[in-house]
Ligand binder design. Structure first.
Ligand code: SAM
Length: 276
């Protein structure tokens, strides 16, 4: 055996408890789709862009094993610190962290076998520059594998948004909302954007998941909505209409719950793979 078996992780120790929540429920189904499809060989050099609090970076390091080199790139200082804690407690020696913007990656040309990003691309401010960097660092025939949520995300909720804004807002409010929605693209549009950076489309997998709620209050106060969505909504919901908008939205959601027993929001999931 050419490796050492590491010590048992004591689940009662504070260190282990602190790192135990590896991935949140929003990221997990996308991560599962990614991990079930990425190309995998021993000794690969893998770059994970936008790993946040360590996902899938830490999982990749454990799946590819210690002969691999897994490099994480992210700009989120506090999350990077938490990821480093996880790496320390898990005694992972095959991870290197580059706390930097992916528009300018500190890695040599033609040196990487696989680039991954779980739910990263919607968050990159300058996607084209990031894609150009990915192309540069990949070896010839190297792969890029991403997951993302395309258009159709939270369709049931956004249909209600549109109906309410048409009653409550101006034509401009409806337009601003449509602009917000157009930030999500179709599969074809996403593929085209990568192809502009010379990455060649190889395969895609689509799956659906959903998130169910028992009350309107539960929808609007869920941490996922408060953390990841409300700030974006408030950009097209003018202050003058915001309170009434949320009141009307609550009523509509509760009406759906009365009729159907729950409020279900769809989440389409897309895995895309490209090669250099
Ligand atoms: C939605 S989070 C996804 C986190 C994680 N991959 C997961 O599945 O939970 C997007 C991540 O991309 C990072 N990010 C955004 N823009 C970036 C950039 N230009 N370069 C590197 N990381 C970036 C954010 O800091 C954040 O950690």
């Amino acid at each position: 055996m050419d490796f050492i078996i590491k010590k048992i992780l004591d689940w009662q120790s504070k260190d282990v408890v602190n790192i135990f929540d590896e991935v949140n429920l929003w990221s997990a189904p996308f991560g599962k789709l990614l991990l079930e499809n990425i190309p995998m060989r021993p000794g690969m050099t893998v770059v994970d862009i936008g790993f946040g609090t360590g996902f899938p970076l830490v999982e990749l390091a454990q799946r590819f094993g210690e002969k691999s080199k897994i490099i994480g790139i992210d700009i989120w200082k506090e999350a990077v610190a938490r990821t480093k804690e996880k790496i320390k407690v898990l005694e992972l020696e095959n991870i290197e962290i580059n706390e930097q913007n992916a528009i300018n990656i500190d890695i040599l040309d033609n040196t990487v076998d696989l680039v991954t990003s779980n739910l990263g691309i919607n968050n990159f401010e300058n996607r084209t520059k990031v894609y150009t960097e990915i192309y540069r660092i990949l070896k010839p025939e190297g792969r890029l594998a991403i997951t993302t949520n395309p258009i159709g995300t939270f369709e049931e909720l956004f249909n209600l948004f549109e109906g309410i804004l048409k009653i409550l807002g101006t034509a401009d409010d409806v337009e601003q909302f449509k602009n917000y929605l157009s930030n999500r693209s179709t599969e074809e549009e996403i593929i085209k954007e990568f192809e502009k950076s010379n990455l060649k489309f190889m395969k895609s997998k689509s799956e659906k998941t959903n998130i169910r709620f028992a009350t309107a209050e539960a929808v609007l106060n869920h941490s996922l909505i408060r953390c990841g969505f409300k700030a974006g909504w408030n950009q097209f919901l003018r202050l003058e209409i915001r309170t009434t908008f949320y009141e009307m939205l609550s009523e509509k959601i509760n009406q759906t719950i009365k009729n159907k027993g729950e409020f279900k929001m769809s989440i389409p999931m897309l895995y895309l793979e490209f090669r250099k």
